[in-house]
Design a protein around this ligand. Structure first.
Ligand code: NOJ
Length: 560
């Protein structure tokens, strides 16, 4: 069944439910809160909502450890209120996507509870249970040398079974054995369950990890984190499994899929998303552009390198062109806030607008993460005990092997995922209007200056800028369909690119510095002939086809 291309024109808003809006006063964001905010979401000019996991979960990894795939976490509501949200979104012309987390479950999921009862339990083979190895001296070792991404080794011993289970993430997130056809049937049932209810698609969590190499071999050289990844990232079987899900389920619905793909190059991404009979997903969530101020993990920090960021964006733009469609994002629940990273807290509104234009006007589907549109900033928690994220402790363990604890704590404060998980700042009342109860997590104290209500009133606010630029993109074929071409790729201060379509051209100019620098328009552009459609300063002169930039200045010219 042919699928339509609506996803190419849409923009998506991501909700991390625990921190969005509390509707019942228990201090935790929920679906009643979302119901109250549907008009707000619609007002952003987005076309869809992606919910980070809403399912029952013991929250070892805040919802990414699911204990029941076919229900709603009581903290967030129930299936009835979910249906109301779904209907409310649909009535406003917005689609709804769920998070599909099937690389692993929670250890409290019924399948896992059963699987550890005995070796002949029908669920035993739903997971990777393996015998340990013995050293010559008889010491017990795990089945291989893999390390997890969140918590030390990748294997956990169960004394009763005298076996280990595999967990690529936290101990409470045992990996599912996708090679087992019964597990794949379960996944298909989950997909059907939500699609039949009216959900419009899925963001598929670490979907590139779902196939493990047979025999689970040792991995070399040994890395402190994610050792073994070469044996479970982008293995050929992953395509096979995804093809099966598509052929047997997804093809029967007009739905959208975007896969999360850490450590995946655009070439490899194309093997999943390129148009043609091997296409198994619509889009891929890239990571390389989020590594311009760090190395692989956010914790290993480096000075921000604009050339590296531009190279990453441009690579995906060029390599996917004409073959596949990009997913565009600069924030989500897994990364610190972007203004605190790539922009400037001092020039919050200016750099926030510049960053928004920089990625939203590229070719692809823009995703906006809750709070990004009002310029929420990092919270920079000072003590380990204040963190909620399972990664925090592990990162500190690893970092303190090489660094003094005080340095490690500073790195954590800047890099933690918790920076993006503080409650949404709705207004300047107590708890930022997020809850009438006691918030489950710290509210950033800057909520009196940074909040949605205040920005509603201000026509020049970041919030209203997001609305305007998303509206512009929606209505402007050159912004949706235009070819992408980068100028001055080696320039360390400006990111400049063009989009062109049917004789129209957009020129996007973004300064990533507070320095006043001369900018000269690329050849072939006469600024005087263009219409300035977006800028983050008033009065935009140009002299001799260029200008001297103000801090984090952005200008977008349209030539038609
Ligand atoms: C990716 C999710 O985005 C992240 O939040 C989670 O911790 C891991 N996958 C494990 O599910």
């Amino acid at each position: 069944m042919a699928k339509s291309d609506w996803y190419k024109e849409m923009a998506v808003y991501q909700i991390w439910p625990r921190s969005f809006c509390d509707g019942n006063g228990d201090g935790i964001g929920d679906l009643w809160g979302v119901l109250e905010k549907l008009d707000y979401i619609k007002s952003l000019n987005v076309d869809a909502i992606w919910f980070s996991p809403l399912f029952p979960s013991p929250n070892a990894d805040y919802g990414y450890d699911i204990s029941d795939y076919m229900d709603i976490h009581p903290d967030y509501g129930n299936l009835e209120v979910f249906r109301q949200v779904l209907d409310g979104a649909h009535a406003r012309g917005m689609r709804v996507f769920m998070d599909l987390v099937v690389n692993h479950t929670s250890d409290e999921h019924r399948w896992f509870v059963e699987s550890r009862k005995s070796k002949d339990n029908p669920y035993h083979d739903y997971y990777f249970w393996r015998k340990g190895r013995l050293t010559r001296r008889g010491r017990r070792l795990p089945p291989n040398n893999w390390s997890s991404i969140f918590e030390g080794g990748a294997w956990e011993y169960d004394a009763k079974l005298d076996e280990y289970y595999l967990h690529v993430f936290a101990k409470k997130q045992p990996d599912l054995n996708m090679a087992n056809p019964r597990v794949r049937d379960e996944v298909k049932n989950i997909l059907r369950f939500w699609l039949d209810m009216g959900v419009d698609g899925f963001r598929e969590d670490v979907i590139t990890f779902i196939a493990k190499d047979e025999g689970l071999p040792n991995s070399y050289p040994v890395l402190p984190v994610a050792n073994g990844v070469n044996h479970y990232a982008n293995r050929p079987k992953a395509h096979e499994y995804l093809k099966e899900f598509k052929r047997e389920v997804l093809d029967f619905y007009d739905c959208f899929t975007v896969g999360e793909s850490p450590m995946t190059s655009p070439e490899v991404a194309l093997s999943y998303i390129a148009e043609g009979e091997n296409k198994v997903l619509d889009e891929m969530i890239a990571f390389s552009h989020m590594e311009a101020d760090c190395f692989m993990l956010d914790m290993i920090q480096l000075p921000f390198n604009l050339v590296k960021m531009k190279k990453a964006f441009s690579e995906w733009q060029y390599k996917l062109h004409g073959k596949a469609w990009n997913a565009l994002y600069i924030e989500n629940h897994d990364h610190p806030r972007i203004i605190s990273r790539y922009g400037s807290e001092e020039y919050r509104t200016e750099s926030g607008k510049m960053l928004a234009a920089m990625y939203i006007l590229q070719r692809g589907t823009p995703f906006v993460y809750q709070g990004q549109e009002i310029g929420m900033l990092n919270i920079n928690l000072p003590e380990l005990g204040m963190y909620k994220d399972v990664m925090a402790e592990n990162n500190i363990d690893i970092a303190t092997r090489f660094l003094p604890r005080s340095t490690a704590m500073k790195l954590l404060a800047r890099s933690s995922r918790d920076n993006a998980r503080t409650p949404f700042q709705w207004d300047d009342s107590r708890n930022a209007g997020f809850t009438t109860g006691t918030p489950w997590f710290f509210v950033n104290e800057n909520y009196r200056e940074i909040n949605a209500a205040q920005q509603e009133e201000d026509p020049n606010s970041l919030l209203n800028f997001y609305r305007a630029i998303l509206k512009f993109r929606k209505e402007s074929p050159v912004a949706i369909w235009g070819d992408y071409k980068e100028y001055f790729p080696k320039d360390k201060n400006f990111y400049v690119y063009e989009r062109s379509y049917e004789g129209k051209r957009l020129l996007v100019i973004c300064s990533f510095t507070r320095k006043a620098l001369r900018f000269d328009a690329p050849e072939g552009f006469d600024l005087g002939a263009g219409r300035l459609v977006f800028a983050n300063y008033e009065s935009n002169f140009f002299i001799m086809n260029g200008f001297t930039s103000r801090p984090y200045e952005m200008r977008v010219y349209l030539f038609e």
